[in-house]
Design a protein. Structure first.
Length: 263
Protein backbone atom coordinates (compact mmCIF):
# COMPACT_ATOMS: atom_id res chain seq x y z
CA UNK A 1 0.00 0.00 0.00
CA UNK A 2 1.26 3.53 -0.70
CA UNK A 3 1.93 5.69 2.33
CA UNK A 4 -0.79 8.17 3.14
CA UNK A 5 0.20 10.21 6.19
CA UNK A 6 -3.32 11.58 6.60
CA UNK A 7 -5.17 8.27 6.34
CA UNK A 8 -7.26 7.39 9.42
CA UNK A 9 -6.36 4.15 11.18
CA UNK A 10 -9.61 2.45 10.14
CA UNK A 11 -8.98 3.31 6.48
CA UNK A 12 -5.53 1.74 6.66
CA UNK A 13 -7.01 -1.43 8.15
CA UNK A 14 -9.59 -1.67 5.37
CA UNK A 15 -6.92 -1.23 2.71
CA UNK A 16 -4.78 -3.90 4.35
CA UNK A 17 -7.37 -6.55 3.46
CA UNK A 18 -8.61 -5.06 0.16
CA UNK A 19 -7.76 -6.02 -3.43
CA UNK A 20 -7.12 -9.68 -2.71
CA UNK A 21 -4.97 -9.08 0.35
CA UNK A 22 -7.73 -10.39 2.60
CA UNK A 23 -7.35 -13.92 1.22
CA UNK A 24 -3.62 -13.86 1.85
CA UNK A 25 -4.24 -12.45 5.30
CA UNK A 26 -6.46 -15.43 6.17
CA UNK A 27 -3.74 -17.81 4.96
CA UNK A 28 -1.18 -16.09 7.16
CA UNK A 29 -3.39 -16.37 10.22
CA UNK A 30 -4.05 -20.05 9.51
CA UNK A 31 -0.31 -20.78 9.71
CA UNK A 32 -0.49 -20.18 13.46
CA UNK A 33 -2.31 -23.38 14.34
CA UNK A 34 -4.20 -23.58 17.62
CA UNK A 35 -5.98 -26.83 18.43
CA UNK A 36 -9.46 -26.99 19.94
CA UNK A 37 -8.00 -29.44 22.46
CA UNK A 38 -5.37 -26.94 23.63
CA UNK A 39 -3.88 -27.80 27.03
CA UNK A 40 -3.21 -25.41 29.91
CA UNK A 41 0.52 -25.72 29.24
CA UNK A 42 -0.03 -24.73 25.62
CA UNK A 43 -2.21 -21.80 26.69
CA UNK A 44 0.62 -20.61 28.93
CA UNK A 45 3.10 -20.87 26.06
CA UNK A 46 0.83 -19.16 23.52
CA UNK A 47 -0.05 -16.29 25.82
CA UNK A 48 3.59 -15.83 26.77
CA UNK A 49 4.50 -15.71 23.10
CA UNK A 50 1.87 -13.03 22.47
CA UNK A 51 3.35 -10.83 25.21
CA UNK A 52 6.86 -11.20 23.78
CA UNK A 53 5.64 -10.35 20.26
CA UNK A 54 3.62 -7.37 21.49
CA UNK A 55 6.65 -6.02 23.39
CA UNK A 56 8.88 -6.40 20.33
CA UNK A 57 6.36 -4.60 18.11
CA UNK A 58 6.01 -1.90 20.74
CA UNK A 59 9.71 -1.17 21.33
CA UNK A 60 11.77 -2.90 18.60
CA UNK A 61 10.30 -1.34 15.44
CA UNK A 62 12.28 1.89 15.38
CA UNK A 63 15.26 2.75 13.21
CA UNK A 64 18.94 2.64 14.13
CA UNK A 65 20.35 6.11 14.64
CA UNK A 66 16.90 7.68 15.01
CA UNK A 67 15.00 8.74 18.10
CA UNK A 68 12.78 5.83 19.24
CA UNK A 69 9.09 6.02 18.35
CA UNK A 70 6.31 4.22 20.21
CA UNK A 71 3.31 3.52 18.01
CA UNK A 72 -0.08 4.25 19.55
CA UNK A 73 -1.64 1.10 18.07
CA UNK A 74 1.21 -1.24 18.97
CA UNK A 75 0.82 0.09 22.49
CA UNK A 76 -2.70 -1.35 22.46
CA UNK A 77 -1.34 -4.73 21.40
CA UNK A 78 0.92 -4.59 24.45
CA UNK A 79 -1.79 -3.62 26.93
CA UNK A 80 -4.29 -6.15 25.57
CA UNK A 81 -1.80 -9.03 25.63
CA UNK A 82 -1.81 -8.89 29.43
CA UNK A 83 -5.41 -10.09 29.61
CA UNK A 84 -5.11 -13.23 27.50
CA UNK A 85 -4.00 -15.40 30.42
CA UNK A 86 -6.64 -14.33 32.95
CA UNK A 87 -9.38 -14.51 30.32
CA UNK A 88 -8.33 -18.02 29.30
CA UNK A 89 -8.25 -18.97 32.99
CA UNK A 90 -11.94 -18.23 33.44
CA UNK A 91 -12.98 -20.10 30.29
CA UNK A 92 -13.87 -23.70 31.11
CA UNK A 93 -13.79 -25.27 27.66
CA UNK A 94 -10.55 -25.72 25.75
CA UNK A 95 -12.19 -24.82 22.46
CA UNK A 96 -13.25 -21.46 23.88
CA UNK A 97 -9.68 -20.74 24.96
CA UNK A 98 -8.52 -21.66 21.47
CA UNK A 99 -11.15 -19.38 19.92
CA UNK A 100 -9.96 -16.45 22.02
CA UNK A 101 -6.34 -16.94 20.96
CA UNK A 102 -7.39 -17.38 17.33
CA UNK A 103 -9.18 -14.03 17.52
CA UNK A 104 -6.12 -12.28 18.93
CA UNK A 105 -3.73 -13.41 16.19
CA UNK A 106 -5.64 -11.67 13.32
CA UNK A 107 -5.95 -8.57 15.49
CA UNK A 108 -2.17 -8.57 15.96
CA UNK A 109 -1.40 -9.18 12.29
CA UNK A 110 -3.93 -6.68 10.96
CA UNK A 111 -2.61 -3.97 13.26
CA UNK A 112 0.93 -4.71 12.08
CA UNK A 113 -0.05 -4.52 8.41
CA UNK A 114 -2.00 -1.30 8.93
CA UNK A 115 1.03 0.34 10.56
CA UNK A 116 3.14 -0.33 7.47
CA UNK A 117 4.45 -3.79 8.36
CA UNK A 118 7.53 -2.56 10.28
CA UNK A 119 10.47 -4.91 10.69
CA UNK A 120 11.12 -6.13 14.20
CA UNK A 121 14.74 -5.32 15.07
CA UNK A 122 15.56 -7.30 18.23
CA UNK A 123 19.13 -5.99 18.40
CA UNK A 124 17.84 -2.40 18.38
CA UNK A 125 15.78 -3.05 21.49
CA UNK A 126 18.70 -4.85 23.15
CA UNK A 127 20.87 -1.78 22.46
CA UNK A 128 18.76 0.33 24.83
CA UNK A 129 19.83 0.46 28.46
CA UNK A 130 18.57 -2.16 30.92
CA UNK A 131 19.16 0.23 33.82
CA UNK A 132 17.00 3.25 32.87
CA UNK A 133 17.19 6.15 35.27
CA UNK A 134 15.09 9.30 35.63
CA UNK A 135 16.89 12.47 34.49
CA UNK A 136 17.31 13.69 38.08
CA UNK A 137 19.27 10.54 38.95
CA UNK A 138 22.71 12.06 38.52
CA UNK A 139 25.35 9.47 39.34
CA UNK A 140 27.84 12.16 40.27
CA UNK A 141 25.52 13.47 42.98
CA UNK A 142 24.67 10.06 44.39
CA UNK A 143 27.05 9.00 47.11
CA UNK A 144 26.54 5.83 49.15
CA UNK A 145 27.12 5.85 52.88
CA UNK A 146 30.50 4.63 54.15
CA UNK A 147 29.02 1.33 55.37
CA UNK A 148 26.62 0.77 52.44
CA UNK A 149 27.09 -2.68 50.84
CA UNK A 150 25.85 -1.34 47.50
CA UNK A 151 26.70 1.63 45.32
CA UNK A 152 23.86 3.29 43.34
CA UNK A 153 26.47 4.60 40.89
CA UNK A 154 27.17 1.01 39.87
CA UNK A 155 24.71 -0.35 37.32
CA UNK A 156 25.07 -3.82 38.84
CA UNK A 157 23.72 -2.48 42.14
CA UNK A 158 21.01 -0.24 40.69
CA UNK A 159 17.41 -1.51 40.54
CA UNK A 160 15.47 0.50 37.92
CA UNK A 161 11.92 -0.69 38.58
CA UNK A 162 11.17 1.41 41.70
CA UNK A 163 11.99 4.61 39.78
CA UNK A 164 10.00 3.45 36.75
CA UNK A 165 6.96 2.59 38.87
CA UNK A 166 7.11 5.87 40.75
CA UNK A 167 7.64 7.89 37.58
CA UNK A 168 4.72 6.43 35.64
CA UNK A 169 2.22 7.35 38.37
CA UNK A 170 2.39 11.03 37.43
CA UNK A 171 1.05 10.47 33.90
CA UNK A 172 -2.43 11.68 33.06
CA UNK A 173 -2.60 9.29 30.09
CA UNK A 174 -3.80 5.94 31.40
CA UNK A 175 -2.24 4.20 28.40
CA UNK A 176 1.20 4.85 29.87
CA UNK A 177 0.25 3.24 33.18
CA UNK A 178 -1.38 0.27 31.45
CA UNK A 179 1.68 -0.26 29.27
CA UNK A 180 3.92 -0.19 32.32
CA UNK A 181 1.62 -2.67 34.06
CA UNK A 182 2.09 -5.17 31.22
CA UNK A 183 5.86 -4.69 31.20
CA UNK A 184 6.03 -5.20 34.97
CA UNK A 185 4.02 -8.43 34.69
CA UNK A 186 6.21 -9.65 31.83
CA UNK A 187 9.40 -8.86 33.73
CA UNK A 188 8.11 -10.71 36.80
CA UNK A 189 7.15 -13.83 34.84
CA UNK A 190 9.61 -13.94 31.93
CA UNK A 191 12.42 -11.61 32.96
CA UNK A 192 14.74 -14.48 33.86
CA UNK A 193 14.86 -15.83 30.30
CA UNK A 194 18.33 -15.87 28.78
CA UNK A 195 19.40 -15.48 25.13
CA UNK A 196 17.90 -18.23 23.00
CA UNK A 197 15.34 -19.17 25.65
CA UNK A 198 12.51 -16.94 24.44
CA UNK A 199 9.52 -18.87 23.11
CA UNK A 200 9.41 -18.70 19.30
CA UNK A 201 13.12 -17.89 18.90
CA UNK A 202 13.92 -20.84 16.65
CA UNK A 203 12.30 -22.96 13.97
CA UNK A 204 13.50 -25.98 12.02
CA UNK A 205 15.31 -25.11 8.82
CA UNK A 206 15.34 -27.01 5.56
CA UNK A 207 18.25 -29.16 6.78
CA UNK A 208 16.61 -29.86 10.12
CA UNK A 209 18.86 -27.46 12.00
CA UNK A 210 17.53 -24.66 14.17
CA UNK A 211 17.36 -21.21 12.61
CA UNK A 212 16.24 -17.84 13.94
CA UNK A 213 12.67 -16.77 13.23
CA UNK A 214 13.91 -13.16 13.09
CA UNK A 215 17.44 -11.91 12.52
CA UNK A 216 18.99 -11.27 15.92
CA UNK A 217 16.15 -12.77 17.97
CA UNK A 218 18.47 -15.34 19.60
CA UNK A 219 20.23 -12.45 21.39
CA UNK A 220 17.02 -11.32 23.08
CA UNK A 221 16.56 -12.02 26.78
CA UNK A 222 14.23 -11.08 29.62
CA UNK A 223 15.71 -7.61 29.96
CA UNK A 224 13.67 -6.35 26.99
CA UNK A 225 10.80 -5.47 29.31
CA UNK A 226 12.79 -3.06 31.47
CA UNK A 227 14.47 -1.69 28.34
CA UNK A 228 11.04 -1.04 26.80
CA UNK A 229 9.85 0.58 30.04
CA UNK A 230 12.85 2.92 30.03
CA UNK A 231 12.31 3.90 26.40
CA UNK A 232 8.66 4.61 27.14
CA UNK A 233 9.48 6.90 30.06
CA UNK A 234 12.22 8.69 28.10
CA UNK A 235 9.78 9.29 25.21
CA UNK A 236 6.63 10.11 27.15
CA UNK A 237 8.32 11.97 29.96
CA UNK A 238 9.53 11.63 33.52
CA UNK A 239 6.88 14.05 34.72
CA UNK A 240 7.92 13.83 38.35
CA UNK A 241 11.31 15.22 37.33
CA UNK A 242 9.90 18.22 35.51
CA UNK A 243 9.77 16.85 31.98
CA UNK A 244 6.80 17.60 29.75
CA UNK A 245 4.40 14.82 28.81
CA UNK A 246 5.23 13.34 25.42
CA UNK A 247 2.95 11.84 22.78
CA UNK A 248 2.48 8.45 21.15
CA UNK A 249 3.61 8.13 17.56
CA UNK A 250 0.86 8.23 14.94
CA UNK A 251 3.04 8.21 11.81
CA UNK A 252 2.53 4.52 10.88
CA UNK A 253 6.24 3.93 11.35
CA UNK A 254 6.46 0.83 9.16
CA UNK A 255 6.61 2.96 6.02
CA UNK A 256 9.99 4.40 5.09
CA UNK A 257 8.26 7.67 4.18
CA UNK A 258 7.10 8.05 7.77
CA UNK A 259 10.75 8.61 8.72
CA UNK A 260 11.55 11.12 5.95
CA UNK A 261 11.04 14.02 8.32
CA UNK A 262 11.42 14.53 12.01
CA UNK A 263 14.03 13.31 14.48
Amino acid sequence: MPYDPDAPANARMKKAVADGRGEEFVKLCALYHISDSITDAEVAQRTEECIWVATLLFAATGRKGRKPRLDFYFMHLLTSSLFLRPMCAVLRKAEHKAALLRAYVPFLLLTTLARGRPRIDPELLMSYTDVPRPPSSDKAKTQPGPTSPRNPEDDDDYHPWPSLIEGVQYHSDSHVLKSMRTLIFAAQHFGDKGPGEVVGTFRSGADGKKEETHAGISKVDGTIFVRAAGIMMDNLGWLGCGQKEGEWDQSALGWDAAWDSGA
